[in-house]
Ligand binder design. Structure first.
Ligand code: ZN
Length: 512
């Protein structure tokens, strides 16, 4: 649980208590797996004089102390057999726009499939009157009955049922990060996410079939998942289990993800105060030690290079997919990645992918970026981290790694295109992961490894829990070197990057 206490009106506090009572009191809890979903809706209606809340306009209740960042409370009933997730979601947040607004937009990635999500209700939390809303493609738009002043806080509540799709057979990188296979279900970017506010509009980029088509800002999460008997939940953050109720607290996160399975085998180790927990299918449990120690070694190295790992737990969760996937405090490892591993040694996708996904705890989770418009900013750094992992722990295998992941294909393609500009997953991987690594390696050679490492550490600290842009990356380099990088950048980038003057030989029009 975050140390931050929910500061809000009395009605909101009542919601938390009411939800908790409903969750843990058998008399209040209806069956979640096969019967009617549990009910979380508060029974207390707000009064004009209820607590410190104030009515600034008819029917619009604002929070007297809005949270510094969005606070999500997700009360979830999982029907594992049918692959449905019934959620009552509350989002408390401050109007980020600087304007009085009557419309708020949210990204709902699973809605890219027609009929996948059934939003049954949207309202200002605690109010009797539902709000007008619509779901168009992957965007949920909510209309407020009166303007929400700039900087004011509000709590919105949603009630919806999501059908998690069956895992697609995909090659390459992309597709749903919420899916179910024969042995498990994974919920990645599965809920209603407040859209970032950028350049005077809500940022709602929609679905792209290649890469990670998600964008999310840091938020706090309190999650309660009621699962059927016999289903193991693997959720991110601090966990407390009370029978079928799995409770999680995950502060300062980009996303809250969880896996679920009736067959998960759980193993864990502890190193340097961090608990590493591996959830795997029985046939792959024999690899658990290799996976756990790979994750722990990766965290140790990256903590030294980029700054400390922020949580006390890291969950490594086998999924029904064929690829790895990063989440906050958790990584997914696709089941096919275990194929053919001998149980020892590092020359295998299982080890490389684990090291890669762990690196995203820094390049995605800690330092956020627009994964749709600038996917190179996290993927090339995650790939470089893989290489550093091999160079540090398995120096004799570093050449094998480079040959397999970097030299295997003829390098081509600009590294800085948005996801939608790459024709397919293969072109995307070759450009962003392969040439992206080459760009970083060349830059490291040009300015010197120690200078590069210092700049990267600086970038990680300066942009921690923010959304970094390519300019932020180059600014960090320019704080540590005066080498002219113009030729390198023009060789790898398609866009006309305006470099800081210090690393562009004071080119005409350079950034001061
Ligand atoms: Zn990655």
């Amino acid at each position: 649980m975050s140390s931050r206490i929910v500061k809000c009106c009395a009605a909101l506090r009542a919601f938390v208590l009411c939800s908790l009572v409903l969750l843990i009191a058998p008399a209040c809890t209806r069956t979640g797996a096969s019967g009617a979903p549990i009910q979380f809706r508060p029974t207390i209606e707000p009064q004009a004089d209820a607590g410190p809340a104030q009515l600034v306009a008819p029917a619009l209740m604002v929070l007297d102390e809005p949270p510094d960042r969005p606070l999500y409370t997700l009360n979830v009933t999982l029907d594992y057999d049918n692959g449905t997730v019934h959620t009552q979601e509350k989002i408390e947040f401050r109007n980020p726009t600087g304007l009085a607004i009557t419309e708020i937009k949210f990204n709902v990635p699973p809605a890219r499939r027609a009929g996948a999500i059934d939003v049954r209700d949207a309202r200002i939390f605690g109010q009797a009157q539902p709000l007008t809303f619509e779901v168009t493609n992957t965007v949920l738009s909510v209309q407020l009955p009166a303007p929400l002043p700039a900087g004011a806080g509000i709590a919105l509540a949603f009630d919806y049922v999501l059908k998690i799709p069956l895992q697609e057979v995909t090659l390459g990188i992309g597709g749903d990060d919420s899916s179910r296979g024969p042995y498990s279900l994974t919920a990645g970017h599965w809920y209603i996410l407040l859209a970032p506010w950028e350049n005077g509009d809500w940022y709602t980029p929609g679905y792209v079939p290649v890469g990670d088509n998600y964008v999310s800002e840091v938020a706090d999460y309190t999650v309660n998942i009621l699962a059927p008997e016999g289903i193991i939940i693997a959720g991110a953050g601090e966990e407390a289990r009370e029978g079928r109720l799995w409770r999680y607290s995950l502060p300062m996160a980009r996303v809250f993800a969880f896996g679920a399975s009736p067959v998960y085998q759980i193993d864990q180790i502890e190193q340097d105060g961090i608990t590493y927990i591996h959830y795997t299918y029985p046939e792959h449990r024999k690899f658990t030690e290799a996976v756990l120690y790979t994750a722990a070694r990766a965290v140790a190295l990256y903590s030294e290079l980029y700054g400390p790992y922020p949580y006390r737990t890291l969950r490594i969760v086998e999924t029904g997919r064929s690829q790895g996937q990063e989440y906050s405090g958790m990584i997914g490892i696709g089941t096919t990645l275990y194929d053919g591993y001998a149980g020892r040694g590092s020359r295998h996708d299982l080890i490389a992918t684990t090291a890669h996904e762990v690196a995203h705890q820094w390049w995605f989770h800690r330092v956020g970026n627009d994964q749709i418009r600038s996917p190179w900013l996290d993927e090339s750094l995650a790939r470089m981290s893989e290489l550093r992992f091999y160079q540090h722990y398995y120096p004799r295998d570093a050449d094998w790694w480079y040959q397999r992941y970097i030299s295997a294909n003829r390098p081509r393609g600009s590294i800085d295109l948005p996801l939608s500009a790459y024709p397919d997953g293969r072109a995307y991987i070759i450009a962003v992961y392969q040439r992206g690594l080459m760009f970083l390696n060349d830059t490291r050679k040009r300015i010197g490894p120690e200078t590069f490492d210092a700049a990267l550490r600086d970038y990680s600290e300066a942009m921690a829990y923010k959304m970094a842009t390519p300019n932020d990356f180059f600014d960090a380099l320019a704080r540590h070197t005066a080498e002219d990088l113009t030729d390198l950048v023009s060789g790898y980038f398609a866009s006309a990057v305006v470099l800081p003057c210090r690393i562009s030989g004071n080119a005409v029009g350079c950034r001061r």
